[in-house]
Design a protein around this ligand. Structure first.
Ligand code: GLC
Ligand code: GLC
Length: 644
């Protein structure tokens, strides 16, 4: 341990021990060990964040007390889980994981109602359930719940905290970890901290970035991006009551928190640990990239954002060690990877894979997908990607312009093409989608829609065209197959499992009509859910496909192999990778076009060597290798040796 850190720890221990006694903590010895193990890291990052505050040591002690206090309130059940995870620290790397993300109201009416959906989740072998925002938030506009008014109260129409605790317990009992958003870049302007700040309380004004006039906001604005340009130009909002400008990266009612303030840090830690004690095992760190602000920079992906998360990670290791973090950094791929490490976010969304699968479907070529994955898929061994096809947000074309240039693509033009393609403006496009947040200055835009509508299902149904419907199921299945087999945790977005279409009804709702993301936040209607059991229905075909993929994934440890290698097949439409675990090799080949492709059989022979009988797991058939292999439209192969 660093000398300075060791010295402060020896001074702190007696006080922490006394505090733990006062809190009637039953496991001081465990806590003591965890403090020892994590102190160096905690001290290091907290010092980087707040070392220049005269009361640094006071806060060091305060945050440890918050951790001890929270731990003393943790249920035995969760403490048991903490111990279990100590013995299996890489639990999230298992090939047994399957994630589902959904909203309580859209899936089941309420949090309580979700308990009855557990069997449905189990049909998909779910082990990870991301419950989309459910905390108290303003009536009317609230960014789909991403404007939190109280981290300790459930939104009234969804139930109560007790329901959440009960749900998390039931999920856990069924082998499902609860994931929840930790919306820590901002609160709503109705949060009690914001209310106090509006009233002029200086302590709470320091919880946010507040300014008397435009001098500093103007300096910041020169280098900041605009995330919701439809809503407001610039990044600051005038607060009449307080007579101040406040930083609002997203909507006017979402006030950015000020992490330069250790008092705020300690408070937010308390909120997070409260949620952990309600049974949240995976925190999705919402808008993580925006948490560090510095004048003259983009105020995205700043060192402070990393320090902050690392300090929080060390503190959850002490107070709630079962917990892991998932990064939600929908930013340039160079930065996405920077949040991923065992000390920071053990898990991360993979927005690049997501966006580039859609890119490959539109272009029918895999060169950008392959090149980018080759360059960027590999992450630290103790971490994992969360791979997804769709989520509750828009699709942004977050590939790197340099990667695109490497394969002869102009990034800017390509994004314009993709936007046109997926909003149905491009002649011959199969997609029905909606534009999101068009920025007239940059021409930038993102796209919304459910997988089914974006892959041609909606057009197919409109035109009663069975062939289009079939192609749509194949397109969705191909993308989902990639997420199942590439390595990491696959995450199914609620409704995709039964191929639900876009829902235009938000356009009639005055509160929602300006936000096209509602087009893909659709209720899981009973009929469609029931149809999953009716042979031949669209719902049934998609659901069965997913179930079969999940069967393959969870049945074969090769899918937890730490690395993935990408291959050029010699055919520009075929995406291919291998995973190797000890002497078992799995080869994936997927056709991103609606045309029949052929592949030299030597490609396969080079991977497995000759003289082996090969099995294709998706069809269950033995693979006949002749001179050439035929790959049907959107077909994929999952190939292993038959004998091992
Ligand atoms: C995250 C959420 C998104 C929300 C934003 C602001 O990116 O996924 O829905 O609008 O953060 O909280
Ligand atoms: C931006 C942000 C991302 C957020 C999204 C909401 O892309 O980077 O965090 O999810 O906007 O649409």
């Amino acid at each position: 341990m660093d000398e300075k850190a060791a010295e402060s720890l020896s001074k702190l221990f007696p006080r922490l021990k006394a505090y733990s006694k006062e809190r009637k903590s039953s496991n001081w010895n465990d806590l003591r060990k965890r403090i020892e193990v994590n102190f160096d890291t905690l001290f290091h990052y907290l010092y980087l964040l707040y070392g220049d505050h005269y009361d640094f040591f006071y806060y060091l002690e305060e945050v440890l007390k918050t951790a001890i206090d929270s731990n003393s309130k943790r249920s035995n059940d969760l403490k048991q889980l903490d111990l279990q995870r100590r013995d299996d620290p890489y639990w999230y790397k298992s090939h047994n994981h399957v994630g589902v993300a959904g909203y309580a109201d859209l899936m089941a009416g309420s949090i309580k109602g979700l308990e009855a959906k557990i069997p449905y989740l189990k049909e998909l072998k779910t082990t990870y359930f991301h419950l989309l925002p459910f905390f108290d938030c303003p009536d009317g506009e609230n960014d789909g719940g991403y404007a939190v008014s109280d981290y300790r109260t459930v939104r009234e129409d969804l139930g109560r905290m007790a329901d959440l605790r009960s749900l998390s317990g039931k999920l856990r009992g069924n082998g499902i970890s609860l994931c929840a958003d930790f919306v820590f870049n901002h609160t709503s302007d109705e949060h009690r901290w914001a209310v106090k700040a509006k009233e002029g309380d200086p302590r709470y004004q320091k919880f946010y970035h507040m300014f008397d006039d435009r001098t500093i906001p103007d300096q910041y604005d020169q280098t900041l991006r605009e995330i919701f340009p439809d809503v407001r130009r610039g990044n600051f909002t005038w607060v009449e009551e307080a007579g101040k400008w406040v930083w609002t990266t997203f909507h006017n009612y979402q006030w950015d928190l000020n992490y330069k303030n250790p008092d705020l840090f300690n408070h937010i830690l308390g909120e997070m640990l409260f949620m952990a004690n309600a049974g949240v095992e995976i925190f999705r760190l919402d808008a993580i990239a925006f948490t560090g602000k510095e004048i003259g920079t983009t105020s995205e992906n700043r060192p402070q954002a990393h320090q902050l998360v690392r300090a929080l990670n060390a503190l959850t290791n002490i107070a709630a060690p079962a917990v892991v973090f998932k990064s939600e950094a929908i930013v340039h791929p160079d930065f996405v990877n920077s949040y991923i490490s065992e000390d920071e976010c053990e898990l991360s969304y993979n927005p690049l894979l997501m966006a580039l699968m859609w890119e490959a479907l539109a272009t029918r070529e895999v060169k950008l997908l392959r090149h980018s994955m080759e360059k960027r898929f590999s992450i630290h061994e103790g971490t994992a990607w969360v791979n997804y096809v769709r989520c509750h947000d828009d699709i942004g074309w977050t590939f790197s312009d340099e990667d695109a240039a490497d394969v002869g693509i102009n990034g800017y033009d390509h994004r314009m093409f993709l936007n046109r393609f997926y909003t149905g403006e491009f002649d011959g496009s199969f997609a029905i989608g909606e534009p999101f947040q068009f920025n007239p200055d940059t021409g930038d835009m993102r796209v919304c829609g459910m997988s089914a509508s974006l892959t041609g299902m909606e057009k197919g149904l409109e035109n009663d065209n069975e062939q289009e419907i079939d192609l749509s199921i194949k397109r969705m299945s191909l993308m989902y197959a990639v997420t199942m087999f590439i390595g990491g945790i696959p995450l199914i977005y609620m409704g995709d499992e039964i191929a639900l279409l876009n829902d235009e009804s938000y356009k009639n709702d005055p509160v929602k009509k300006e936000d096209s993301r509602w087009v893909h936040r659709v209720p899981l209607d009973e009929n469609s859910v029931a149809n999953r059991k009716e042979a031949g229905t669209v719902e049934n075909r998609m659901f069965k496909n997913l179930q079969r993929m999940i069967e393959i994934r969870t049945g074969d440890p090769v899918f937890r192999a730490p690395s993935t290698n990408f291959h050029s097949t010699g055919n520009p439409h075929l995406f291919s990778f291998t995973k190797v675990l000890e002497d078992r090799t799995m080869l994936f080949i997927g056709n991103f076009s609606e045309h029949i492709m052929s592949l030299e059989s030597d490609f396969i022979r080079n991977i497995f060597g000759s003289g082996h009988t090969l099995k294709e797991l998706w069809s269950g058939d033995t693979l006949q290798i002749h001179h050439e292999i035929t790959v049907e439209p959107y077909q994929f192969f999952v190939i292993v040796k038959k004998d091992g």
